[in-house]
Ligand binder design. Structure first.
Ligand code: PLP
Length: 377
């Protein structure tokens, strides 16, 4: 999707950077100080409140990348999502959860929503009639994900944002799998955009962090929740995340290319029963993703023939991807998943591939040799 704002490659390097930097520095320094002197009547910056200068600098960078007025960083992706929900849902409120949902988000809703006095309905991300049926007088927010995990579904995202606006709901989206390189949710009307920055935003698998972007007013409320619960991001991690963001666009574009190349190999391979990647023309949401996105993301999920034995052999046989449960880093990862839901034609013993930034041909050759170990092709 093209837009008139500065291109994402340039924003990743320059967005939110003060010019000139402190003392003329090109890289904003890390202020590893919990507190700062302040004059009479002035609020002293304080780490737990997210007002330390390194945290404030990161907030400007994140806001610029998502095209938002403001941003706040959290200690993790779950810190970001739960703070966003807390900032809009009070006791007695109802939430429409339109998606498949990352396990941590589902677990939070299953284990804590009722205790907090919230009710919620899980509905399909691409079915406006289901959102309408779920609507109640006390519905306050709609939560969705730009690309779901592991089925990599792409819901009716623009429709969800308009539906929320029409019914006075706050629209919240987890944009972790797409990243602002692939999709900018504020441009289609989402109010709050959440990230696990542990994944692609940082991209180097070495910090845990989260982010929420939105209007100044909404972000002040999210920041107040983070400050009260003590879930702000430490300045050293904030510094590393700011550094990681510089290469976001390059990394994500290479990851998308690698995911596409591996998905195409898998789709044509006779050891593979099913492949899900929004960049494949037979993915049910391919058309929607092509219209809305610039790229199709870094995650591919596939089912080899031969059940658990085949899936385990392939994972063990891969030389490049690590067998580790995350995504969005520079190194490719694979994760074994047991998929119970037959509804999407993906029930069985699956492998989720999270593309790194290696050379595409090396990954394709590696998958070809690992698939041959089981299929004998
Ligand atoms: N959202 C999505 C889509 C994720 O995949 C994850 C983690 O895997 C999270 C949120 C939670 O992120 P974190 O581990 O940083 O709390």
């Amino acid at each position: 999707m093209s837009d008139k704002r500065t291109r994402i490659e340039t924003l990743a390097v320059h967005g939110g950077e003060p010019r000139p930097g402190p003392n003329g520095s090109v890289v904003a320094p890390v202020f590893q100080s919990t507190v700062f002197e302040a004059g009479p009547g002035e609020a002293a910056p304080y780490i737990r409140l997210g007002t330390n200068p390194t945290q404030a600098h990161l907030h400007c960078r994140l806001a610029a990348l998502e095209g938002a007025e403001a941003a706040v960083a959290a200690a993790s992706g779950m810190g970001a999502i739960t703070a966003a929900l807390h900032s809009v849902l009070g006791t007695g409120a109802h939430l429409i959860a339109a998606g498949e949902f990352y396990g941590g988000t589902s677990r939070f809703l299953d284990e804590h929503a009722a205790r907090l006095g919230w009710s919620w309905d899980l509905v399909a991300p691409s079915d406006p009639d289901a959102w309408q049926r779920a609507l109640r007088p006390n519905t306050r927010a709609l939560l969705t994900e730009s690309i779901t995990n592991p089925l990599v579904q792409v819901g009716d995202l623009a429709g969800a944002a308009s539906f929320a606006r029409e019914h006075g709901l706050v629209s919240i989206i987890d944009n972790t799998l797409a990243t602002p390189v692939v999709f900018q949710p504020h441009a289609v009307g989402f109010d709050l955009v959440c990230h696990s920055a542990t994944k692609a935003l940082n991209g180097h698998s070495d910090i845990t962090a989260g982010a929420v972007t939105g209007s100044r007013e909404r972000i002040d409320r999210v920041a107040s929740v983070l400050g009260s619960y003590g879930a702000s991001l430490d300045p050293h991690a904030a510094f590393l995340l700011s550094r990681g963001l510089k290469t976001l666009a390059l990394r994500v574009r290479r990851q998308n290319d690698n995911a596409q190349a591996v998905a195409e190999l898998l789709a044509g391979h006779d050891a593979v029963a099913a492949v899900r990647y929004p960049g494949l023309p037979d993915h049910p949401d391919h058309g929607r993703a092509a219209a809305l996105f610039d790229g199709f993301g870094s995650v591919v999920t596939f089912l080899p023939y031969g059940g658990a034995a085949a899936a385990d052999t392939i994972v063990k046989g891969l030389r490049l991807p690590y067998a580790a449960p995350s995504l969005g880093g520079v190194e490719s990862l694979v994760t074994r998943l047991s998929m119970p839901n037959a509804a999407h034609g993906m029930a069985g013993e699956a492998i989720r591939f999270s593309a790194g930034i290696e050379a595409p041909d090396d990954l394709v050759e590696d998958f070809a040799q690992a698939l041959a170990l089981f299929s004998g092709t």
